[in-house]
Ligand binder design. Structure first.
Ligand SMILES: Cc1cc2nc3c(=O)[nH]c(=O)nc-3n(C[C@H](O)[C@H](O)[C@H](O)COP(=O)(O)O)c2cc1C
Length: 169
């Protein structure tokens, strides 16, 4: 029987990776066996009994490797409990409000409706300006996005706890 949980992420600068690691840690503390992996390194997704997937938002889109993974594995994901999260909004306040109600890219709406995740959420993101390319700095300047680390570890922990509770039911 499949017993492990997969937490897979798509992260460009490591901030979403750290969120995925935190979710993995909380699930392990709840007694589950968990693999936390970059989504492009997941080889046999069918061997997991439940799947948590998270991608950073870049210009209102998820990272390509996450979209590819969802497209490739849509059927098996629709047959398992799945949770989705995005990391993105910068600034204080409700992350869903900061992103004008968006929790996932519109382009993936119909696929997500077919996968029927148990929950889809959005967490604040983080930007280390020193790591940004010239183009990224230019985009950030134009959209006047605040920079810094806005990740809300309590909210991330609480959400991971709700995933664990649902899996125990
Ligand atoms: C060039 C650029 C574009 C971004 N576009 C968005 C966006 O459209 N929506 C959003 O919520 N966050 C956006 N962000 C914020 C990132 O999603 C956030 O910093 C995220 O935590 C980065 O995760 P990563 O380090 O795992 O790649 C953008 C950041 C950069 C640098």
């Amino acid at each position: 029987m499949d017993t492990k949980i997969l937490v897979a992420y798509a992260s460009k600068h490591g901030m979403t990776e750290e969120i995925a690691n935190k979710i993995g840690e909380t699930l392990r503390q709840s007694g589950f066996q968990v693999d936390v992996l970059p989504v492009k390194r997941v080889i046999k997704p069918e061997t997991f009994k439940a799947v948590v997937l998270g991608s950073a938002f870049y210009i209102a889109m998820w990272r390509k490797d996450m979209v590819k993974f969802l497209e490739k594995n849509e059927k098996l994901l629709s047959e398992r409990p799945v949770w989705l999260f995005s990391s993105g909004p910068m600034g204080e306040g409700d992350p869903a409000e900061l992103s004008q109600g968006w929790r996932f890219p519109e382009a993936q709406r119909s696929m997500i409706e077919r996968i029927k995740p148990r929950d889809v959420t959005i967490f604040h993101g983080a930007i280390n300006i020193k790591k940004m390319s010239f183009l990224e700095k230019w985009v950030l300047k134009n959209v006047k996005a605040p920079t810094g680390d806005f990740r809300d570890w309590d909210a991330i922990n609480k959400w991971a706890g709700s995933v664990a509770a649902a899996l125990k039911r």
